[in-house]
Design a protein around this ligand. Structure first.
Ligand code: NAD
Ligand code: TYD
Length: 349
C-alpha cells in the first residue's frame, strides 16, 4: 500500500487526477488535502467519495502544524502537489494571496516532506504540478522547452516560478526526490467558470456578453484535462527523478478564433441558428501584462515516456460543451457559491 497525498484535489485538474488514481490504483491510499477555496468543490468527486482508498482532509497548505499532522497520521510516502491559486486575473487583484498559497504553501509542504522522510528518501517522490506560464511570453515563432529560461510576468506566474525554484532547491540542497511538470492551458469538465472556456459556455447559454481581452489576438495552447492527468500519472510512475517535463496540446488557438468555435458549438448543440451568439462578443480592456503567446514543445515527454494526447481538439470541445450543457445545475451552484456554503458547514476545519 502507498499513501499518496494529492493537494488541491477538489479543484479542476486535481479532481480529475484524484478520480484517475483512486480508480486505477486500488492498492494506493489517496489522501486529498484541500482547503476548499471558491475553486475547490467536493461535488467534483461525488462519484468516488465512498471508495475505501480515498480520504478527504480539509487543510490549508500554509497551516504548518496541520500539514505536519497529516504527514504523520497518514504516513505519507509521496506527494502530488496541485493546490494553488490559479487565476491570473485574481493574481492582479491580490498578489499577496498568491505568494502565500503558491510560494509559502509549497515551501511548507516541501519542509514537511523532508522532515517526515528524515533523509531516507528511497521510495518517496515530491511531484510539483506547474504551468508553462513560468516561461513568459513567446513572439510569433518558437516553443517553450524544458531549457527555456524562466521569465514570468503576472503575479500568478511569478508565484508558480518561485515555487518551482524552491522545489528544485530542495532537490539540489537536500536530495529530495522531486519531479516537476509544466503544462499548457487545460480545458474540460469541472473547471470553475471564470476561466475562458467554461466562462464562454456559461455566458452563451445565458445570452450574456463574451468579454474578449484586447483584440483577441493572444494565443494559448489548449490541452484536454484528462490528457494532462494521464501525463501526470505517467511522469509520477516513470519520470526520472530530479527532472522537469513539459506537457502541451500542440494545439494553438488565437483567443478570438476559439471564441468563435465555442459559439458555433454551443449554438449548434442548443439548436440555435448558426452565428446567433456572435453578437455577444464584446471587446474589453486588455489584461495588464497580458502574455502574447504560449506554445509548448513536449518532445521530451513523447520521446522518453511515450505520452500522446488522446483527443483531437474538436472532439474535446464537443465533449466539454456537452458536459456543461448537461450539468447546468453544477454551473449555477458553483457560481452562486451554494456548494461552497454547503461543504463549509460539513467541513468546518
Ligand atoms: P483550481 O483553481 O481549479 O484548483 C485549485 C485547488 O487548490 C482548489 O481546490 C483550491 O481549493 C485548492 N487550494 C488553493 N489554495 C489552497 C491552499 N492554500 N491550501 C489548500 N488548498 C488550496 O486550479 P487548477 O486549474 O485545477 O490547477 C491546479 C494546478 O495545476 C495549479 O497548481 C496550477 O498552477 C496548475 N496548472 C493549471 C493549468 C490550467 O490550465 N488550469 C495549467 C497548468 C498548470
Ligand atoms: P484564462 O482562461 O484566464 O487562462 P490564462 O490566462 O492562464 O491563459 O485565459 C485564457 C486567455 O483568454 C487569455 O489570453 C486571457 C483571455 N481571456 C479573455 O479574453 N476573456 C476572458 O474573460 C478571460 C477569462 C480570458
Amino acid at each position: 500500500m502507498r499513501n499518496i497525498l494529492v493537494t488541491g484535489g477538489a479543484g479542476f485538474i486535481g479532481s480529475h487526477l484524484v478520480r484517475l488514481l483512486v480508480n486505477k490504483y486500488t492498492n494506493y491510499n489517496i489522501i486529498n488535502m484541500d482547503m476548499l477555496t471558491y475553486a475547490g468543490n467536493l461535488e467534483n468527486l461525488k462519484d468516488i467519495e465512498d471508495k475505501k482508498n480515498y480520504t478527504f482532509v480539509k487543510c490549508n497548505i500554509c497551516d504548518v502544524g496541520k500539514v505536519n499532522q497529516v504527514f504523520e497520521k497518514y504516513q505519507i510516502d509521496s506527494v502530488i502537489h496541485l493546490a494553488a491559486e490559479s487565476h491570473v486575473d485574481r493574481s492582479i487583484v491580490d498578489p499577496l494571496l498568491f505568494a502565500k498559497s503558491n510560494i509559502m504553501g509549497t515551501l511548507i509542504l516541501l519542509q514537511a516532506a523532508k522532515e517526515q522522510w528524515n533523509a531516507n528518501f528511497s521510495n518517496h517522490i515530491f511531484y510539483h504540478v506547474s504551468t508553462d506560464e513560468v516561461y513568459g511570453s513567446l513572439g510569433d515563432e518558437g516553443f517553450f522547452t524544458e531549457q527555456t529560461p524562466y521569465d514570468p510576468h503576472s503575479p500568478y506566474s511569478a508565484s508558480k516560478a518561485s515555487s518551482d525554484h524552491f522545489v528544485r532547491a530542495f532537490h539540489d540542497t537536500y536530495g529530495l526526490p522531486i519531479l516537476i511538470s509544466n503544462c499548457s492551458n487545460n480545458y474540460g469538465s469541472f473547471q470553475f467558470p471564470e476561466k475562458l472556456i467554461p466562462l464562454l459556455i456559461n455566458n452563451i447559454i445565458n445570452n450574456k456578453s463574451l468579454p474578449v481581452y484586447g483584440k483577441g489576438e493572444n494565443i494559448r495552447d489548449w490541452l484536454f484535462v484528462n490528457d494532462h492527468v494521464r501525463a501526470i500519472d505517467l511522469i509520477f510512475h516513470k519520470g526520472k527523478l530530479g527532472e522537469t517535463y513539459n506537457i502541451g496540446g500542440s494545439n494553438e488557438w488565437k483567443n478570438i478564433d476559439l471564441v468563435k468555435l465555442i459559439i458555433k458549438t454551443v449554438d449548434r448543440l442548443l439548436g440555435r441558428e448558426e452565428g446567433t451568439s456572435n453578437k455577444l462578443i464584446t471587446y474589453v480592456t486588455d489584461r495588464a501584462g497580458h502574455d502574447k503567446r504560449y506554445a509548448i514543445d513536449c518532445t521530451k515527454l513523447k520521446d522518453e515516456l511515450g505520452w500522446e494526447p488522446s483527443l483531437q481538439f474538436d472532439e474535446g470541445i464537443e465533449k466539454t460543451v456537452i458536459w456543461y450543457l448537461n450539468n447546468k445545475e453544477w454551473l449555477k451552484n458553483v457560481i452562486s457559491g451554494d456548494y461552497q456554503a454547503y461543504y463549509g458547514k460539513i467541513y468546518k476545519n
